[in-house]
Design a protein around this ligand. Sequence first.
Ligand code: PHE
Length: 341
Amino acid sequence: MREQLAKIRAEALAAFESVQDAARLDELRVKYLGKKGELTALLKQMGRLTPEERPVMGQLANDVRAALEGALEASSKKLEASALERRLQNEALDVTIPGKAVSIGRQHPMNIALDELKDIFIGMGFQVLDGPEVELAELNFDRLNAGEGHPSRDWSDTFYFDRDSRVMLRSQTSPIQVRAMDALPLPIRMVAPGRVYRKDEVDATHSPMFHQVEGMVIDRGVTMADLKGTLNTVAEQLFGEGTKTRFRPHHFPFTEPSCEMDVQCHKCGGVGCSTCKGEGWIELLGAGMIHPRVLEMSGIDPEVYSGWAFGFGLERLALRRFKIDDMRLIFENDVRFLEQF
Ligand code: PHE
């Protein structure tokens, strides 16, 4: 029996020592230490021993069991450690492999220009307003002193929704002036950007949909000097210090006097070039003192209050700001174009 114990011990230890995987190790555990294993089978034969031999063999058997259990434990730890090592190697990240580039969208050049503009006006105490693109002709025309028969009301210029020409896509952001006068307490200082619609053919400088930014100030004692001072400041902030402007007389039904403001061409400095079509100046906006009749229609006493307003095309501003030469690029949303800003 002693020899058998020694044999089991030697065999089992050698097997535990050389085992390569956990499943095989478990098989070995069952084989040597399990209830039906070799050691148990041997112990079952203890009854055949003499009473003197029994405790000696019992002790020996216990030693063998302890040695086997120790070896099993050690082997199992070794296998776990090498399995972990293998996993670490397999799942290792190579942080030096170049990643997949994530492309983030950009702000549209027109929105960049609009944000700059809003910042300038907010800095001067203006509030930013919004108005509906589907507008009443009453607000787009009548309340702006463009009554029946005014050429801009013509079906060939304007998108109407109904035969009575009462509801339309606004042709200008100026109806927001009226909405502001109706809704807000005086004094008012506001800018209002938005889309406008006209029956224009698409070309390098025209689109049936474009954006305007309206501006309006109403207070006691407001004059044309305030209008010029404010717009000159804005022009300098947009196009750089020392930017020269010029105000030319013009006509709008809702302003009197009316003017257009030009900025000196940034490219030729006023000499005349292709950008300014030889003029030396580039038209930027329409403006004027709000017509007393417009104030009256909104219940504002023109003897007490006066105001000025301006409106300009945002696309044209963005074209100038970013030196883009064709308005269609603004709307086509070609990523190769947009990525440049
Ligand atoms: N609404 C005018 C246009 O579309 C511009 C303008 C606005 C002129 C405000 C004067 C005052 O041409």
